[in-house]
Design a protein around this ligand. Structure first.
Ligand SMILES: C[S@@+](CC[C@H](N)C(=O)[O-])C[C@H]1O[C@@H](n2cnc3c(N)ncnc32)[C@H](O)[C@@H]1O
Length: 332
């Protein structure tokens, strides 16, 4: 059993002031304003459209938090904020923090949701602010470029495999699979608005001849195919239990016999108290989505079994599950 928390650690868990200071600074784009040279609070305020004396309080806190440096009355980026929080930097990750800031008000309704069981978010931020959604997917694409090839290699695919990357986002996994397997071709299926970004990333990586884009809603539209492998990466937690059950039946119908479905997501273990990050992610999904939920691998196994999949294995604990389409015939 893990050790008990000290009172100091409990207080630390309840302390969010610095979180909100950082998120506000990113949303105001303070770090980008300091890209060219150190500036006074007044100069930064003029540039970003803020009240100088009030901004100064925020800047001083950012200095104390080691996110900015201060010399005299001039502020400058630290090496880390200069690299990751300046918009023109190729390593900019601020859109992820801006997403957290955009979701701030939803978190404020957590108490009411827990009291009543009612969801308060009627739409995901990606729908209310598609520009931010696209920018977040771009950052996730950059970060995901490391894990995509690992997953591709682990599946040990052979020959001219036809892959469907369902809800494929920026095409991160489809691109990684094409790079690992030279004979593989892929279809990225996603909502039309997302595919505008996918088109750009696929073109940038020189893969337009091998990756087809298919626009649609996977809960309503045909998925095309048939395919040898269907990848479902980080899409199940936005859906209801019933929606996922139906989706696996649909995927089954669009696979060739002997084809595989591969699911990658953030799953809870059977106790539902681990992994720790995922238990908090489940609350994030609760407050920020209309229907979503964090599931267990055993839920996926049930959906797969009901759809007719066989040889179901948890490839990676609480992360990757795969199943094979046997001889039964599913309905399109
Ligand atoms: C968290 S992203 C995952 C992206 C990608 N699979 C990955 O792992 O990087 C979820 C994706 O599912 C897409 N999506 C959500 N609901 C969808 C639906 N009903 N039909 C098609 N795509 C959907 C979103 O547009 C988004 O690109």
């Amino acid at each position: 059993m893990s050790r008990e928390l000290s009172l100091a650690e409990v207080f630390q868990l309840g302390y969010y002031w610095e979180t909100k200071i950082l998120l506000t600074a990113v949303t105001l784009d303070v770090f980008t304003a300091l890209d060219d040279r150190p500036k006074s609070a007044r100069e930064i305020a003029e540039q970003i459209g803020a009240h100088g004396p009030t901004l100064e309080l925020l800047l001083n806190a950012l200095v104390a938090m080691k996110l900015l440096l201060k010399q005299g009355d001039h502020y400058a980026n630290s090496p880390v904020t200069g690299q990751y929080l300046v918009k023109s930097s190729p390593h900019y990750v601020g859109y992820l923090l801006r997403l957290h800031d955009a979701e701030w008000n939803n978190w404020g309704k957590l108490e009411e949701t827990v009291r009543t069981g009612r969801r308060m978010a009627d739409r995901h931020v990606f729908e209310t602010d598609p520009e931010l959604g696209g920018n977040v997917l771009t950052v996730l694409d950059r970060i995901g470029r490391q894990s995509g090839p690992e997953l591709a290699r682990r599946l040990k695919l052979k020959g001219p495999v036809r892959l469907l990357d369902l809800g494929g986002g920026a095409g991160t996994n489809a691109i990684a699979f094409c790079e690992v397997y030279p004979d593989l071709t892929a279809t990225v299926f996603d909502l039309p608005a997302t595919l505008r970004l996918t088109e750009k990333t696929v073109k940038e990586r020189g893969l337009t001849a091998r990756i087809t884009l298919m626009a649609g809603d996977f809960n309503r539209d045909s998925l095309g195919g048939p395919y040898d492998v269907v990848l479902m990466s980080d899409i199940l937690h936005y859906q209801t239990n019933e929606g996922n059950e139906a989706l696996f039946k649909k995927v089954y119908a669009h696979l060739t016999t002997g084809g595989r479905v591969v699911v990658k997501d953030r799953f809870l273990d059977e106790s539902r108290t681990a992994p720790a990050w995922t238990t908090a992610f489940a609350i994030h999904i609760l407050v920020n989505t209309q229907f979503g939920s964090c599931y267990r691998c055993s839920d996926v196994v049930q959906w797969m079994k009901k759809a007719g999949f066989i040889d179901i294995v948890e490839e990676e604990k609480t992360a990757v599950v795969q199943g094979v389409k046997g001889q039964q015939v599913g309905a399109m």
